[in-house]
Write a protein that binds this ligand. Structure first.
Ligand code: ZN
Ligand code: ZN
Ligand code: FE
Length: 765
């Protein structure tokens, strides 16, 4: 008895070998029918014996091709037609498109085997790929995803590659970047002046140069890296000095897990992340003593480690390295280089040699950075490997462009129930990055076929992203408060739209009162919020300088807690810093000169870090806070006293008792480890208290965590645990970064619901 089904599949099902997979599965079960790509995904009809059909559908659901992601699979019975074979039909004419584009994918086990097999025709070929792996997002210029619209268009398939490309039973059937030694891209090694070096094996020669301690710029998948051998302290220092990257940790690439274990601890779930096809940089706890040069990650208990993700990386790392430092090929602050010519100009004087190739990168994409906390993967920088996989939303949205904030900028475009967050754009503080920001918006609009009706932006008038938004014409503009966007980002990720308590802790964001917010307790849903609590305001003496110089914050907190009596405190900080500098600063605070008020939580970390002598100035954003977390002791400690003040408009968390506690500990000679531990505990306690008060006031039992401060593992883990112990349901971010890299998602979703509320109000009138 034969049956027939019509099956419609949506998700990432194009360009990932889905049709050949269906074809093979049908053939294996002697089913007939057809499969085809449509504007929405893949459609197919299958006919055969009932049991075989059920097994076929089960396989589609449970064991689809590795790169596919099925977001919906619907099937309905049809009358049998008695066709005689199974065919792959030509793609149907496509008017509107919602088929998803695949991210770039690490080289697959099959290709890796061929790469290392002397009998294979692609033996040691640096661009080997197949339908299950290889470049995607970074080489796509336009849609539909076909070779002619990628940067592979410049290479004509040789007869052998072409035969593979056209054979539905071949692993390279319709693999757009398919290539080999005969027809595909090549690598070349160049000296610092851009002159090709005469060598038989450019990769082996690169390995030799790295072992000699040279800095080599290596063209990768989403941009150039700068490489040195990770065990050579002097080479690492030289790289830092040339790149003007003094202290920020550098990423490592390691040939395999065994080698990673020589210098870092890898838990079972972390092992999976390292080996995943996204191949992000994962933060792993250092082993001491470590063979890796100290200059790789000074003042940090973690290394950022990734495994090779392109064939070129494998060939290079296979040359006997423990690890290479592989950091983005740019001067600090600028976007990563992608173009050969551009690299020679911008990396001149930084790189001694260049290992380049002639497959163009169309869109840059930095390596993603993640950490594993409380059983979940946490994004710190969501980029290569994850982009452009959308976040799926609870409801369909209007086409919205959200411009993000300033630091760690990303943008977000929405279509139906999908939010597409861009790759990491960077800190929007210079023209190069602004240009990349604009280019990313245009490119995403093009390949996703989205023409935004609404643009959402941050309220900070000076952010370049805000200025960009306000210059756009013919669209509705909606400003979204920074911390509200953090909160809504968390709600969106969890498909929530109801009133919750939002603990939103970060360095800074423009507040509704024009002050610098950053330690905010909001009550809100996706469309509106109230600010129900915050850290008490205090002056930020010197404005932006106070962010770069935490000692200024320490003095501001001391003044807030002790007033003029601060001069009597026996604190090393007051000895360390020049007296006249201190006096000027105190005057600035007293007179309110260049001292905007802030309720920042990040600055409280800075202030405490400076007070205990960890760091008076920082080389990068969040450094003092990070080091304060790292230094933390493991002993059980009591929290400091704390106080929550109920004022008319909102609860205020007073820093004074916490600061007095820290000062008292310093006086009594308590260790920095102990003070840091007590400080973390205090924050967890005081924030839990605030949530309890708000639960009584509002009857709310759900808490959403957001903001860059929750990159702090301790705080995230303990806050979650503590609130759960008190009976709260806790939501934190995992798909998008908790830092400002996740702001664009929140802006887009908030703008949608704010707009809806506005329309509701105006219709009521
Ligand atoms: Zn492959
Ligand atoms: Zn070929
Ligand atoms: Fe923020």
């Amino acid at each position: 008895m034969k049956s027939r089904y019509k099956v419609a599949i949506q998700g990432i099902v194009q360009g990932v070998g889905f049709r050949p997979f269906v074809y093979q599965q049908a053939l294996a079960r002697r089913l007939t029918g057809y499969v085809t790509n449509t504007s929405h995904g893949v459609d197919l009809e299958v006919e055969g014996e009932g049991l075989e059909l059920d097994d076929f559908i089960r396989t589609l659901r449970q064991d689809p091709p590795p790169l596919s992601r099925i977001t919906s699979l619907e099937f309905q019975p049809l009358p049998p037609q008695g066709d005689s074979e199974f065919t792959i039909l030509q793609s149907q004419a496509q008017k509107t498109r919602s088929a998803l584009i695949s991210p770039d994918v690490a080289v697959c086990p099959d290709c890796l085997r061929e790469l290392r097999d002397p009998r294979d025709r692609r033996y040691r070929y640096p661009f080997i790929n197949c339908t299950n792996c290889g470049p995607r997002y970074t080489i796509i210029k336009d849609i539909p995803y076909d070779r002619a619209k990628t940067t592979m268009a410049a290479f004509t398939l040789c007869p052998e590659c072409s035969a593979e490309y056209h054979d539905p039973l071949n692993r390279r059937f319709h693999a757009q970047p398919n290539a080999c030694w005969t027809c595909g891209p090549r690598v070349t090694l160049l000296d610092g002046a851009g002159q090709p070096l005469d060598c038989e094996d450019p990769i082996a020669e690169t390995a030799r140069l790295l072992r000699e301690g040279w800095v080599v710029a290596i063209k990768g998948l989403g941009g150039f890296h700068l490489a040195v051998e990770a065990v050579q302290e002097e080479a690492v220092r030289r790289l830092r000095q040339r790149k003007h990257r003094e202290e920020k940790p550098l990423a490592l690439m390691c040939p395999d897990l065994a080698r990673v274990r020589e210098f870092a601890r890898v838990e079972a779930e972390e092992e999976e992340v390292l080996c995943s096809r996204e191949r992000p940089i994962l933060l792993l706890r250092k082993k001491e003593p470590s063979p890796v040069a100290p200059a790789v990650a000074p003042g940090n208990q973690y290394y950022g480690v990734m495994l090779p993700y392109t064939p070129l990386h494998y060939l290079l790392l296979d040359q006997g390295f423990l690890a290479l430092v592989l950091t983005s090929g740019n001067l600090s602050e600028e976007p990563i280089c992608i173009d050969n010519e551009e690299a020679f100009v911008r990396l001149k004087g930084i790189a001694d040699y260049f290992l380049v190739h002639n497959r163009d990168i169309h869109l840059r994409s930095d390596d993603s950075i993640v950490q594993q906390v409380s059983g979940s993967l946490r994004q710190l920088r969501r980029s290569r490997g994850f982009v452009p996989i959308p976040v799926f939303l609870a409801e369909p949205l209007a086409p919205i462009l959200a411009c993000g904030a300033e630091l760690k900028n990303t943008v977000c475009l929405t279509k139906d129930n999908r939010a597409f967050i861009s790759q990491h754009v960077g800190d929007l503080e210079n023209l190069e990055t602004l240009h990349f920001f604009e280019q990313t918006i245009e490119h995403l609009k093009q390949i996703l076929q989205i023409e935004p009706e609404v643009i959402a932006y941050d309220l900070h008038p000076d952010y370049l992203s805000t200025r960009y938004a306000l210059e756009q014409e013919g669209v509705e503009l909606i400003g979204v408060q920074h911390h509200f966007a953090h909160l809504v980002g968390c709600l969106a990720e969890h498909g929530l739209n109801e009133k919750v308590i939002g603990l939103t802790l970060d360095g800074s964001g423009y507040g509704l009162d024009g002050r610098i917010w950053g330690g905010e307790v909001l009550v809100g849903d996706c469309g509106s919020f109230e600010r129900c609590g915050h850290f008490a305001y205090l002056p930020l003496p010197g404005g932006a300088r106070a962010v770069k110089e935490p000692w200024r914050m320490a003095v501001s907190y001391l003044y807030q807690a002790y007033g003029e009596k601060l001069w009597d405190l026996p604190l090393p900080l007051l000895e360390r810093i020049d007296r006249s500098q201190l006096e000027i600063l105190v005057q600035m605070i007293q007179k309110g000169i260049n001292s905007p008020l802030t309720s920042s939580c990040g600055r409280l970390f800075d202030g405490v870090a400076a007070l205990i002598g960890l760091r008076d100035t920082v080389a990068f954003e969040g450094q003092a806070a990070m080091e304060l977390e790292m230094i933390q002791g493991r002993e059980v400690e009591a929290p400091y006293d704390f106080e929550v003040l109920r004022s008319q408009e909102a609860l205020q968390i007073l820093p004074q008792p916490i600061i007095r506690g820290v000062v008292e500990d310093i006086r009594q000679g308590a260790s920095r480890e102990r003070i840091s531990r007590r400080f973390h505990r205090t924050l967890v306690e005081v924030l839990t208290r605030v949530c309890q008060i708000l639960r009584e006031d509002w009857g709310l039992g759900k808490v959403a965590l957001g903001g860059g401060v929750f990159q702090n593992r301790t705080l995230l883990m303990e806050m979650e645990a503590r609130l759960r112990a008190e009976g709260f349901q806790v939501f934190s971010k995992s798909l998008v970064p908790s830092n400002d890299g996740g702001i664009s998602l929140g802006q887009a979703v908030a703008a949608h619901y704010m707009r809806r509320k506005m329309t509701a109000v105006s219709t009521r009138r």
